[in-house]
Design a protein around this ligand. Structure first.
Ligand code: MG
Length: 276
């Protein structure tokens, strides 16, 4: 999973370098798919329950699950980029929200606090803690910064499958919930907004938006709980020199890019509790 996570971190590096006004999200999708496959890995999201993209690209008021397509990034946007990588049957899942050029102070604060809430949660991922300790740590940092935590969207266990037990909520009560044990691996992923926490599903049946159109952010790491504490398996926050080696170093143009952007066409609906 750490090697899958290293491929994932390198993919987010590439995508981050390409976050420029005028870039289409379908181009980001193709770049990611080509790089992931060049490493002998598979983009986990492609075809997952019929999802057409290799990554999720969710700009501005879109929280998660955006299908890459014809949207072009604009200066001042924020965009959540969520990537899954499967390598040798093991899955890693991570996301970060990028600023496109200069963004306003409120948007910058949203990104800063949501990322900080992720690390507060990760710090609780230790044997003997409860899920509620982790969830509460995320919630406390986000709410302290004046953000709403989107309670209908949760993280998840991860391993051979992308979504495993247990759920990893972003709100909780210290001391509650499942015991965290050595060997568990969790995808911890705060999803927050500047406005209300209410969400709606877009007309494509996938994309999830804040109902009040307020800006939303999403940061995620796959984290192993070890005897010596949390181990981040998707180290996009560290320089490449501090990550596990890629399966195929310096390869950047493998085969297999495919266009993304088909539409599902289901109506608007109230989302169930949904995993990111
Ligand atoms: Mg996830």
């Amino acid at each position: 999973m750490a090697v899958a996570g290293s491929v994932l971190a390198a993919t987010l590096d590439l995508l981050g370098e390409g976050v420029q006004p005028g870039v289409k999200t379908s181009e980001m999708d193709q770049l990611a798919e080509r790089f992931i496959r060049s490493q002998g890995a598979v983009p986990s999201f492609k075809g997952f329950r019929g999802f057409p993209g290799s990554i999720c690209t969710s700009p501005n008021a879109m929280v998660v699950h955006g299908i890459p397509g014809s949207y072009r990034l604009c200066a001042g946007d924020i965009i959540s980029v969520d990537v899954g990588v499967t390598l040798d049957g093991w899955v890693a899942d991570a996301a970060r929200t990028f600023a496109v050029g200069e963004v306003g102070e409120k948007a910058a604060g949203l990104l800063r606090a949501t990322e900080a809430s992720l690390y507060a949660g990760i710090d609780q991922a230790r044997p003997g803690m409860r899920m509620g300790d982790l969830s509460h740590a995320v919630q406390a940092v986000a709410e302290e910064a004046g953000l709403s935590v989107i309670r209908q969207l949760v993280g998840h266990g991860i391993g051979r499958e992308m979504h495993e037990e247990p759920q990893v909520p972003n709100l909780g009560t210290p001391g509650d919930g499942p015991l965290l044990e050595e060997g568990m691996v969790l995808a911890i992923e705060p999803m927050t907004s500047l406005g209300s926490a209410d969400i709606r599903v877009g007309s494509d049946g996938w994309s999830i938006f804040t109902r009040d159109q307020s800006l939303a952010a999403h940061f995620e790491h796959t984290v192993a709980i070890t005897a010596s504490g949390p181990r981040i398996l998707t180290p996009w926050h560290r320089p490449a020199s501090e990550r596990p080696e890629l399966p195929r170093p310096a390869a950047a143009n493998g085969a297999g890019a495919a266009a993304a952007g088909s539409e599902g066409g289901r109506g608007e609906a109230e989302p169930e509790l949904s995993q990111g």
